[in-house]
Design a protein around this ligand. Structure first.
Ligand code: DP6
Length: 326
């Protein structure tokens, strides 16, 4: 992180959920926004990053990927500035904000998580300085997580690493030196037709949703055990079951959504044929596949893509800690 009186740059990475936040509690005020109906647990990545730069300016100006932010994004950013101002009980002095991702946006790599994690930290640092921010991340962990969560639910898990559990209004950090890799297969770069925000609503209307809530606690315990024992054979089947269930719920509700493309389905079939595997998949709300392993597997993935006659761009990532210099 670099900062001076006039300029500040900060980066944050997305996280991949092993146990998904999918389905929100009803909210009547901003403080209650984006609270999951079940606990979730994720791994923070390191190579994919959202970089936010703030520079002093006469007026607030917002740029995303070098373009003026859309009215919808401007609104979301302004609402987030307001949250931070209320928290700090101060007005933020105006800045030009530039936010950019070094990875494809809207493709199943959770860009809203890294964006709102980076924005939360950048706004706090802008007003109070980096030392204040670092101290607040340690000592006001829940306050900062709740601020980020109000921007986008999954963002509260990107403020820290390597593994973060989020339940209602609090997060729990699971320290570990388990080196895991996430090889992401980008089957499609098309922005998803149904936003996560709508997806969360539709999921709760599925007849399968209630049953999911009864299973998710057991799954999260398995994931925590797997992390503490560094047990990939326990983690893998659990996260696959979780991801497949989420996609099944989206197919079975009054607003059915099929997130998987034909190529994605073909590829998943191919890997499920392999009898003993040392890599396991998960998916978010999209067709792109995250393969979790203890070793880099890009070479193997290329072979599997050929075998299943499918094409995907590959993004190689790995577990990381949260905010980094960039
Ligand atoms: C499928 O955090 O993007 O990635 O709170 O509406 O911004 P909002 O939703 P968002 O939902 C993420 C959903 C997910 C699963 C997860 O990350 O837990």
């Amino acid at each position: 992180m670099q900062s001076s009186a006039k300029k500040l740059t900060l980066c944050s990475s997305p996280n991949i959920a092993f146990i998904k936040y999918w389905g929100k509690k009803e909210s009547t005020c901003d403080e209650d926004r984006n609270i999951g109906l079940n606990p979730s647990l994720s791994m923070t990545l390191s190579k994919a990053q959202t970089k936010v730069t703030l520079e002093a300016s006469q007026n607030f100006e917002f740029f995303i990927q070098d373009k003026i932010a859309s009215p919808k994004d401007q609104e979301k950013i302004s609402a987030h500035i307001k949250r931070i101002e209320e928290y700090l009980q101060k007005k933020l002095s105006p800045f030009k904000l530039s936010s950019s991702n070094n990875f494809p946006t809207g493709t199943g790599i959770a860009s809203s998580a890294s964006a709102f994690s980076a924005l939360t930290c950048a706004f706090i640092s802008w007003m109070e300085g980096n030392d204040f921010l670092q101290k607040a991340l340690q000592e006001k962990t829940q306050d900062l997580a709740n601020l980020a969560r109000r921007g986008s639910g999954s963002a509260c898990r990107s403020l820290h690493g390597p593994f973060v559990e989020w339940n209602d209004r609090s997060i729990t950090l699971h320290k570990s030196n388990w080196k895991l890799y996430d090889t992401i297969l980008i089957f499609s770069k098309t922005e998803k037709k149904v936003s996560s925000t709508d997806g969360h609503k539709f999921a709760t209307l599925s007849p399968l949703f209630k049953e999911r809530l009864t299973k998710v606690h057991d799954r999260i315990e398995k994931v925590k055990k797997a992390i503490s024992e560094k047990n990939l054979q326990l983690l893998g089947p659990t996260i696959e079951e979780e991801a497949l269930e989420m996609h099944e719920i989206m197919r079975n509700n009054p607003h059915p959504v099929e997130y998987q493309t034909e190529e994605c389905k073909k590829f998943l079939k191919e890997i499920q044929k392999i009898s003993s595997r040392d890599f396991y998949f998960t998916l978010d709300a999209g067709p792109n596949v995250h393969l979790i392993s203890e070793k880099p597997i890009a070479h193997l993935v290329k072979m599997l893509l050929e075998k299943s006659s499918t094409h995907a761009e590959i993004w190689e990532d790995e577990v990381g800690s949260p905010l980094s210099s960039c």
